[in-house]
Design a protein. Structure first.
Length: 244
């Protein structure tokens, strides 16, 4: 496993959200209404785009989540039920595609990324958030069974609904493209530029000080035993991509 250069780290969720929002706002200069696709939209839209006019389309396989987004939360202009690998959308339709913690759950994630390249307009931006499989937490997630992930969420993170229908954690697959090396190779092959690449330096998982301290200690032990190849500085990755 080659060791890549260290990532610049985001300082907080607000910092991460500001980075993503600023790239989107640049696309809105000129007053055009942006076409935004949320690929794997789930139950909520997390970005604040005050001052930006946009049409938000959400795609998800979860019909219940889509109904909630469209009729209760009321933040989707269009809702499309479908699998991102096979759903049919127009090419060159979107100014922005946003996908947050979706690709790691899909067998055939590169097929989804190929679709993003078809669907995005030239010079459009693709925002992707994924776990880093070569972080300590990503590595442990890859090598442990799903039932253990549920116990981790319930007893260490304090999420009592973990594993129930509609609640994380979801099974992961980590196709090769879902990694720093995989993303770079994909972009190189598909005429996509990486405008920004960040790790999250602000996540402190665990419920309560003692649990957080234990998880922090465990991460650094695994980091050291990996000869420092597995990162303990961050868990997740943020990419801002632009189609040429």
């Amino acid at each position: 496993m080659p060791k890549l250069e260290q990532l610049e780290l985001t300082k907080s969720w607000d910092h991460e959200s500001e980075i993503m929002g600023n790239y989107i706002k640049v696309k809105s200069v000129g007053g055009d209404v942006l076409q935004i696709l949320e690929a794997g939209c789930g139950k909520s839209w997390s970005l604040n785009l005050d001052g930006v006019e946009y049409v938000l389309t959400g795609v998800d396989t979860d019909k219940v989540a889509l109904e909630m987004r469209k009729n209760i939360i009321n933040d989707l202009d269009k809702a499309v039920e479908g699998d991102l690998r096979y759903v049919v959308l127009k090419n060159h339709q979107y100014d922005v595609i946003y996908s947050s913690f979706v690709l790691e759950h899909i067998k055939g994630a590169e097929q989804v990324l190929n679709n993003f390249v078809y669907w995005i307009k030239p010079a459009g931006i693709i925002i992707i958030r994924i776990p880093d499989p070569n972080s300590v937490q990503g590595f442990l997630t890859r090598i442990t069974p799903h039932w253990l992930h549920i116990l981790y969420y319930r007893f260490l993170l304090g999420r009592q609904n973990a594993g129930k229908a509609g609640y994380a954690p979801y099974p992961v697959h980590y196709d090769p493209v879902v990694s720093r090396k995989g993303m770079r190779e994909f972009c190189r092959r598909n005429n996509v530029d990486i405008l920004a690449e960040y790790g999250d330096g602000h996540i402190r998982p665990g419920k309560g000080f003692v649990v957080r301290l234990f998880i922090h200690f465990l991460k650094y032990v695994v980091h050291l035993f990996s000869f420092c190849l597995l990162s303990a500085r961050h868990t997740n990755l943020l990419y801002i991509l632009q189609k040429r």
